[in-house]
Design a protein around this ligand. Structure first.
Ligand code: DDH
Length: 285
């Protein structure tokens, strides 16, 4: 009997499901953080790793995982994301064959699915690059700005109005922290469950400037416990954006579908994939 010659390890869908399951397990185990879940900050890590993409130069995006290095890790927009990277370090130790770019994006997918969000088909193929591939500061959105800024930033990545609004619905998750962005508070009452509440509240609630010494942000008139950023309110001030906000506020299924499509696109920007096939990884819950 001939011994099977083993070549380099080529991970299969089952191997990625094992990584997914480990992240999901840690999300349940480590529930003593923030609102009870690392899920939202993992989603933000996946987004900030991807949202540096520039379609003109083909630079940035989740290929490379250059947020491992300063200066990118020190960019103001990335404050607090070390918490997410450190959360994933034991997962990388257990599965050292996965690239950080694949790990961070897979963690975003896992977090969204485990927080009852839509299914996000995902594929591997990112390769870690060195510090020279770090992107310049200023590629991620600035919350103090308006609709023109949103269109400039997301247009640079190659998104249209509808996709920009859909992606913004991720703010149904998590909260702002005064020691990270300077802003404060959650967008809705269920920050660890993925819903269309962000859009419903934008449409149905009345929002006023918060009276405080921090950066200019809005608070809801009813409970004064929720928040919106100036860029969030820009989504209802702009007529074209508002059409989509209203669609998503009314129909959670449509939001889930369009968010999923846009998030798949976000995570794949600038990645030279060798495979067409995407994996739908199974939820744990
Ligand atoms: Fe965001 N976001 N985001 N965001 N974001 C913040 C938190 C979270 C902007 C600013 C902020 C997206 C778009 C925008 C998440 C996901 C996504 C915070 C607070 C600021 C500020 C950070 C802190 O203090 O901890 C701006 C501006 C925009 C914009 O589009 C103009 C998008 C597209 C996503 C996405 O995931 C697709 C998530 C999740 C959080 C909560 C993080 C946490 O720790 O909780």
């Amino acid at each position: 009997v001939k011994a099977k010659v083993s070549g380099p390890f080529v991970p299969t869908k089952e191997d990625y499901q094992k990584v997914y399951d480990e992240i999901a397990r840690l999300l349940v185990e480590k529930d003593d953080y923030d609102d009870g879940s690392y899920g939202p900050v993992l989603v933000r890590l996946a987004w900030h790793a991807s949202g540096t993409y520039d379609k003109e130069t083909g630079t940035g995006g989740s290929n490379g995982a250059t947020m491992r290095f300063a200066p990118e890790s020190d960019h103001g927009a990335n404050a607090g994301l070390k918490i997410a990277r450190d959360f994933l370090e034991p997962v990388h130790e257990k599965f050292p064959w996965i690239s950080y770019g694949d790990l961070w994006t897979l963690a975003g997918v896992c977090a969204i699915q485990e927080m009852q969000g839509p299914v996000i088909p995902w594929r591997p193929g990112r390769q870690d690059r060195d510090v020279a591939a770090c992107t310049p500061d200023g590629r991620l959105p600035d919350a103090s700005k308006d609709q023109n800024h949103i269109r400039a930033i997301f247009g640079r990545m190659g998104f249209d109005d509808r996709e920009m609004v859909a992606l913004s619905g991720a703010h149904s998750l998590g909260r702002a922290h005064t020691d990270r962005s300077g802003y404060d508070g959650p967008w809705d009452f269920s920050p660890t469950v993925f819903t269309n509440e962000f859009f419903r509240l934008l449409v149905e609630e009345k929002w006023s400037w918060k009276k405080w010494n921090g950066p200019a942000q809005y608070t809801d008139n009813t409970t004064k416990t929720l928040m919106m950023l100036p860029t969030d309110l820009a989504l209802v001030k702009d007529k074209e954006f508002k059409k989509h906000v209203e669609r998503y506020a009314k129909d959670s299924e449509v939001f889930f579908k369009e968010f999923s499509d846009a998030f798949v696109k976000l995570l794949e920007l600038g990645v030279p994939f060798k495979t067409e096939e995407r994996f739908v990884l199974k939820k744990n819950e």
